[in-house]
Design a protein around this ligand. Sequence first.
Ligand SMILES: [Zn+2]
Ligand SMILES: [Zn+2]
Length: 296
Amino acid sequence: MDERLISLLSMAATLTLVAVVFFFISLLLPKPEGKTENLRNFHCAHPPSLINKEFKCEAFYPLISSLITQPLVLFFIYAIMAFGVDDLPYQMFNHYIADVPIVVQVLLGLLVIDISIWIRHGFVHKYLWSFHAVHHSAEEISWMTTTRLHPLDQFVMSVMDFVVLYVIGFSAEGMTLALLIKNWNNMFVHSNIVLDYPKPWKYIFVSPNMHRWHHAKEKEAHDKNFCVVFAFVDYIMGTYYVPDNALPKAYGSDIPELDDIAHKTILSELWLPFKTMGRTTQIDDGAQAKAQIAGE
Ligand SMILES: [Zn+2]
Ligand SMILES: [Zn+2]
């Protein structure tokens, strides 16, 4: 077997092992009693359980992703590469990037992906909020919330992640490892873990607490913390919000029908974004939704 392929597979296997160990540790850690809990202590946000109240909707998303969204994404990428590649800029900086050590390529790849996520994530918050609100409708955040993405939201996300790296010209190894690490950190920051990093690390890497604030109902936290790997991208762009030693009081999308886990089903969750389309931002949504309920 090709040596590059063997080293890529062994790096991927090692990182998977680390991710699996973290996942099982997160299931075993109890939530400490009392109000004086230290948020820098690695512990669970809610009693650990594989099946929480969001499970009846979240359990379907890996299936929807595998059967519908990912095949569509792959078909789309194939179509771009097979039919449109001559007219599109691609592998623009491959000549320079190919000679860079793999570790630097992966770090550069992660930075490029995170900047692209900041742009794409800000875009869906502003213009596709009703679809992205599905991800924000989880009242309890856990590793399963990572994949709770409306197919349209996930399609935009996956195509952009691939196209940006491919157009710039990362090697197959650099691109694959950067995407894998981004996906694992994304799952880690969504997991049932309360963890804030000490300064200066909290300004460098996205912690589970930082992403918990992205899902917060508190108005000050709306449209903040768009990145999933590097906190400094949000900090530089003015969208960083991580209060010291504090956690949000509640999580949700502020669209009442979407936040109503007791009454909605997976089908209504997939249909609701089309009904509520046109709502613009998270803050506007809350106001508009309340106005609708009040009959205004
Ligand atoms: Zn978001
Ligand atoms: Zn999230």
